[in-house]
Ligand binder design. Structure first.
Ligand code: FMN
Length: 189
């Protein structure tokens, strides 16, 4: 990526639940993105977004989140599984932007206490992301029984996740670079 300006790949933490195990997942991804050359990242915590709940959609757009989505080349969404679906607050936050997402890449990290690594929530999130204009990659990272994946300090216990994250990020970066090229050089006829 010599000479290319860095890709901006923020990570959205999709829950405000107290004691959320999606937080160490997000921190791990921020750390993995930060140590790769040519990538800038930022944590976006839905719990800290000033989102009104008496309205929905672009009417409640937060200028900071909108600017982050405009700048983004790709997103990583950390998606906890709640009752076999995705988090309502994650959807509420994503719904607040629209044109900001178009022709940008997205990858999902599923998180669950159960054995399926958030896959049921991921499958339901895919058509939502597509409708937003995002381009989904074909790798996910699935954190099953997440309570045993990290120790009390939030450090990763199971090193088998690192090669999976590497594969996921290689694909996400390829898609982000390809789509950036398309946005900047290929006209929509
Ligand atoms: C409302 C709610 C529903 C949940 N439903 C499921 C579920 O359907 N399947 C599952 O494996 N875990 C379920 N869990 C557990 C979460 O997946 C678990 O808390 C996991 O750590 C990811 O979410 P967290 O970031 O809030 O911790 C649920 C948790 C909550 C709060």
């Amino acid at each position: 990526m010599d000479g290319e300006r860095p890709l901006f790949i923020p990570v959205i933490l999709g829950t405000a639940r107290q004691g959320r195990m999606s937080l160490p997942v997000e921190k791990l991804m921020i750390s993995e993105l930060s140590r790769r050359a040519g990538i800038e990242t930022e944590l976006i915590d839905v719990a800290r977004m000033p989102l009104r709940i008496d309205d929905a959609g672009e009417a409640i757009k937060d200028p900071t989140f909108s600017a982050q989505m405009n700048r983004a080349d790709a997103l990583v969404v950390v998606s906890p599984e709640y009752n076999h679906g995705y988090s309502g607050l994650l959807k509420h936050a994503l719904d607040s932007c629209l044109k900001e997402y178009i022709h940008k890449a997205v990858g999902i990290m599923g998180v669950s206490a159960g054995p399926f690594g958030g896959t049921r929530g991921i499958q339901d999130l895919l058509p939502v992301l597509r409708e937003l204009g995002l381009v989904t990659i074909f790798w996910d990272v699935n954190f099953s029984t997440v309570q045993s994946v990290f120790d009390e300090s939030g450090a990763l216990r199971d090193q088998a996740y690192l090669p999976r994250i590497d594969k996921f990020l290689k694909e996400l970066v390829w898609m982000a670079r390809t789509l950036r090229h398309g946005r900047e050089h290929v006209a929509l006829e």
